[in-house]
Design a protein around this ligand. Structure first.
Ligand code: CP3
Length: 355
């Protein structure tokens, strides 16, 4: 199995093993900034229909790899497939982001949630993983993912993207037991979902904690990190004779990097508000780091992009353990050539940082 992978830089970097150059991929690399993505989405009819069609989800997963020398593919899906399968009814209003038909406000709502079987209700995701692995033919590893239980719960309670998270924060302070029971349910489902992705062929796993940073230091530990810890503890960590690394990413999680590194994960995502040299000093050789170019740099000209890439590489410094990425998802307005300039700069400049 191992011999089948032609480019394993990404997996080697997460294991903090030597590499010839820093591996690179981009959060949201398959997305609206690519005209070919918009064309496939139109063919599918909607974003949700695209996620639910394994052949078309495979097509858009591979699109960025056809354009750029990426070192990893990421499953095309969404973190909100899980609450949808738990019974909340996901849809996307054009230009308005995700909305759920039903939300969670009470213990009775939590008790009414379904416990989906990943190979039944979420079979379309597993079929996408299997299709993508087949079509990748070992070119690069495939990353599977989920949201963190906390981040997924924010959507389940708020009903969509929120400005001030009044409902879930109200629940956290007023009815912590209800929120913990919701987080328990989401954690159990997420763990089964991620392990099914690994069984279907995902070669690494990333947990997106987009909204962890709205919490206080204490509530972050109790309501977000504690549940990510359970995911790290319960994940299948080996498949096909190779380690399956897990990366945790709390956006705005700079203050918690040391404690996140204690979970036993392999890598931490870092956004652009934390300097990689500081992050590296904090985590030592416990985990690899993934990040952290400000996505807004891609609005600038290719020369500026190249210089900013150099600064991120310098900030991490020499040696293994760095996966180059943006500090968050690529914006839809970015010109594809500018994403290309970033990747080219990593390919050209990063060998100097390795022996
Ligand atoms: O990275 C990749 O290429 C894989 C695909 C991926 C998507 N969503 C596709 C998507 C991944 C990893 C996600 C994760 C995700 N989804 C997160 C966590 C990561 C993060 O960005 O913080 C969150 C919070 C969501 C929920 C979600 N999905 C929102 C809030 C939105 C609307 C916001 C927006 O950008 O419009 C989505 C939609 C979504 N997910 C799109 C894509 C490509 C755009 C939908 C479209 O094509 O119209």
């Amino acid at each position: 199995m191992t011999a089948e992978l032609k480019n394993d830089r990404f997996l080697r970097a997460l294991a903090r093993e030597p590499v010839d150059r820093t591996p690179v991929w981009m959060m949201r690399q398959a997305g609206r900034y690519l005209p070919e993505y918009r064309a496939t989405r139109a063919k599918a009819g909607s974003f949700v229909a695209l996620c639910q069609n394994p052949e078309l989800a495979c097509e858009v997963t591979l699109q960025p790899l056809e354009r750029y020398p990426m070192d990893a593919a990421i499953l095309f899906s969404d973190i909100l497939t899980v609450p949808d399968a738990m019974g909340l009814g996901l849809h996307f209003e054009t230009g308005e982001g995700p909305r759920f038909e039903r939300t969670i406000q009470t213990q009775a709502d939590v008790d009414g949630l379904a416990s989906p079987d990943p190979e039944q209700e979420l079979r379309y995701v597993m079929d996408a993983v299997r299709t993508i692995r087949r079509e990748l033919g070992g070119r690069v590893p495939l990353i599977g993912f989920s949201g963190s239980p906390w981040t997924v719960a924010t959507y389940m309670v708020e009903g969509g993207t929120s400005k001030n998270f009044s409902r879930i924060k109200g629940m956290l302070y007023d009815q912590p037991a209800v929120l913990h029971s919701l987080l328990e349910r989401v954690t159990t489902t997420t763990l089964a979902y991620l392990n099914a992705q690994v069984a279907a062929g995902a070669q690494a796993v990333m947990v997106f904690d987009t909204w962890g940073s709205i919490l206080t230091p204490k509530t972050y530990l109790d309501f977000s990190l504690a549940y990510m810890q359970r995911i790290v503890d319960g994940l299948t960590r080996e498949a096909g004779g190779r380690k399956v690394p897990v990366v945790l990413f709390t956006k705005g999680g700079g203050p918690w990097l040391e404690i996140m590194a204690e979970t036993g994960c392999d890598g931490l995502g870092v956004d652009w508000t934390t300097d990689l040299s500081e992050a590296r000093a904090k985590v030592g050789d416990k985990v690899a780091l993934q990040g952290n170019l400000d996505p807004a740099v891609l609005y600038a000209s290719p020369d500026v992009i190249r210089e900013e890439v150099r600064q991120v590489l310098e900030s991490y410094g020499r040696g293994p353990g760095h996966v180059f990425n943006l500090g968050h998802g690529i914006h839809p307005e970015v010109k594809p050539e500018h994403a290309g300039a970033m990747i080219e700069a990593v390919v050209e400049l990063s060998p100097a940082f390795h022996d």
